[in-house]
Design a protein around this ligand. Structure first.
Ligand code: HSE
Length: 402
């Protein structure tokens, strides 16, 4: 018998209990041992819910119970999640978490502690919800030198951009809809400003290269500046606006950024719409592989957590090596990255065309029928050069091409 304790009976935690109970026979068969949820920790009462029978309000009950081999952390936030996870690992218990903030902030420390105690710290659900990406990156792609990871990593913003593109919906209306459907973070600025995606690409990049990237070091732009006019231009260009998180190897450095991009039809992420996420990994041997699925929501995310429970149960007496040290990964300055830019500036084509061409070179002008503005696509230039050149114009918005 393998006993599991679940910390936090919110959306994901209750999903974990539901999956372990509903699919118990097949999960136990696949593990080769019976699995049961012995405790659920939550401050609240759940009168009438069968979970009430196994509910505790005291973490010490779980920590001191030698029969609990696996602790699932689905509380979210850094504290007390960090203290509980650390204490569980110190007691020689395996930990499976969906908490990306915890993984991004304390990943290497908790991985090292799990190794020292010969148990596992697993976090499949921390990136991409129900999409298998952490274990494939760690195991299936272990023979590869990773050249690039690029993903649509946030369901809320992908849903907003899709609705704006397909149905002409207004940003604020779609955000409210995403919140009502439970996709958005408690504070949706983490979604719309790109911080949620920045945490996710920081985790994936740290795993791919074995060294740490802090999410604060990821260049991050959200989607708040994207307007319905940008969407019209994107359609004219036969492209879609998406927000992607990308890490790209460039010599001995890695450039890492989250920002809106214009994707052409040939791009593997072009057709990923709605709340769906997708992650493309380019290896130096396997070439491109793409993982896609629901990046948020109760059962998809809980399913990823239970996949960790199954792995921890199978490897109950041994540590699975995870390469992720505290050492900082060497990053390329965002200023040095090169892009083609779609640009809108204030003014009239008759006044500005010559100076735009003289400044940016071989541009392609775009006309979507809007007055008092000129739009164009630049050749490839470095970010710092673009910022210097655009100073002579009144910028309305710019979106990079990818
Ligand atoms: N708010 C996140 C999203 C949930 O919209 O993708 C999963 O991290």
């Amino acid at each position: 018998m393998v006993n599991v304790a679940v910390l936090g009976y919110g959306t994901v935690g209750s999903g974990v209990v539901e999956i372990i109970n509903k699919n118990n026979a097949l999960i136990s068969k696949r593990v080769g041992k019976e699995i049961q949820v012995k405790y659920v920790l939550d401050l609240r009462e759940f009168e009438g819910d069968p979970v009430q029978k196994i509910l505790t309000h005291n973490f010490e009950d779980i920590k001191n119970d030698k029969d609990v081999q696996i602790v699932v952390e689905t509380m979210g936030g850094l504290h007390p999640a960090y203290e509980f996870v650390k204490a569980a690992l110190e007691e020689g218990k395996n930990v499976c978490t969906s908490n990306k903030a915890l993984v991004e902030a304390y990943g290497p420390e908790l991985i090292a502690l799990a190794k020292e105690k010969n148990v596992n710290f697993l976090f499949e659900a921390s990136v991409g919800g129900g999409i298998p990406i952490i274990r494939p990156l760690r195991d299936c792609l272990a023979p590869e030198e990773v050249l690039e990871i690029s993903g649509i990593l946030n369901g809320t913003t992908n849903y907003i951009l899709t609705e704006m593109t397909d149905n002409g919906s207004k940003f604020d209306d779609v955000l409210k809809d995403a919140q009502d459907k439970g996709y958005a973070e408690k504070d949706p600025t983490a979604d719309v400003c790109g911080h949620d995606a920045a945490r996710k690409i920081a985790i994936l990049t740290s795993l791919a290269y074995g060294k740490s990237v802090a999410f604060e070091d990821v260049y991050t732009e959200g989607i708040t500046e994207i307007s319905d006019k940008d969407i019209v231009y994107a359609k004219n260009l036969k492209k879609k606006i998406k927000i992607t998180g990308t890490a790209r190897k460039n010599g001995d450095k890695v450039s890492i950024h989250v920002n809106p991009v214009l994707l052409s039809k040939a791009h593997p992420l072009y057709n990923i719409d709605g709340v769906y996420n997708a992650i493309m990994v380019r290896g130096n041997m396997v070439d491109d592989v793409v993982f896609t699925g629901q990046g948020a929501g109760k059962l998809p995310t809980a399913s990823a957590v239970v996949s960790d429970v199954i792995e921890a149960a199978k490897f109950i007496d041994s540590n699975i090596n995870i390469e992720w040290s505290e050492e900082k990964l060497s990053l390329e300055a965002f200023d040095d990255t090169e892009w083609q830019y779609f640009v809108r500036v204030q003014g009239n084509a008759s006044d500005l065309s010559d100076s735009i061409k003289a400044t940016f070179g071989d541009v392609s002008f775009q006309d979507a029928g809007f007055n008092e503005e000129v739009a164009f696509v630049t050749p490839k230039i470095a970010e710092n050069k673009f910022n210097e050149l655009i100073n002579s114009f009144k910028l309305i918005n710019k979106i990079r091409l990818s």
